[in-house]
Design a protein around this ligand. Structure first.
Ligand code: HEC
Length: 156
């Protein structure tokens, strides 16, 4: 007779502890995945930035090394593709992403796809060894950086 209430109390307590553990695990998991998303996208931006100068100098020679140009364009294009889905809602805290990315997404998305398209043009140019198209693609990519940073990246 007296065992029942004890069991009941116990099971309630177990449920509470279980809920607390679950709660803290999921909060930690969310924080962890947001940090990973931010680190991954910053790494992709770093790749893009590091490739800009070599891409430029590869095109500014008389005899273009197309395999080098292509290798640089491939890694940049991959980074640009990943960046297109690297800004989930709520991933601004602890990063330089401004909230305008989510409140005014139209221009942000346009600039993102212009950057990706510029790299896609460079890949096609490498295949055809088409210098004019390669330069156009690179120019299109360069044109997106400042415009986006001015509006969507905080200065600190
Ligand atoms: C569509 C918008 C957009 C475009 C286009 C864009 N950026 Fe950015 N960039 C951002 C945002 C937003 C951040 C901040 C990301 C963060 O802190 O999570 C950033 C961050 C960076 C960073 C810093 C990464 C770090 O570790 O903090 C570099 C470097 C960078 N961008 C370079 C470039 C270059 C070079 C280009 C052009 C070839 C470019 N970006 C194009 C929006 C853009």
């Amino acid at each position: 007779m007296s065992a029942q209430p004890t069991t009941k109390r116990l099971s309630t307590r177990i449920k509470m502890v279980f809920a607390m553990v679950l709660g803290s695990v999921s909060v930690a998991a969310i924080a962890n995945s947001a940090t990973q998303v931010i680190e991954a996208r910053q790494q992709n931006f770093e790749t893009i930035e590091q490739n800009m100068k070599p891409l430029n100098s590869t095109l500014n020679t008389d005899l273009i090394d197309w395999s080098q140009f292509s290798a640089l364009a491939i890694t940049s294009h991959q980074a640009a593709i990943e960046l297109q889905s690297a800004f989930p809602k709520g991933s601004d805290a602890g990063s330089r992403a401004k909230s305008s990315i989510w409140s005014k997404p139209a221009k942000f998305n346009t600039l993102m796809s212009q950057m990706e398209q510029g790299y896609a043009d460079m890949l096609e140019a490498a295949e055809r060894q088409d210098m004019a198209l390669a330069k156009r693609g690179l120019k299109q990519v360069s044109g997106t950086c400042k415009g986006c940073h001015r509006q969507y990246r905080s200065v600190w």
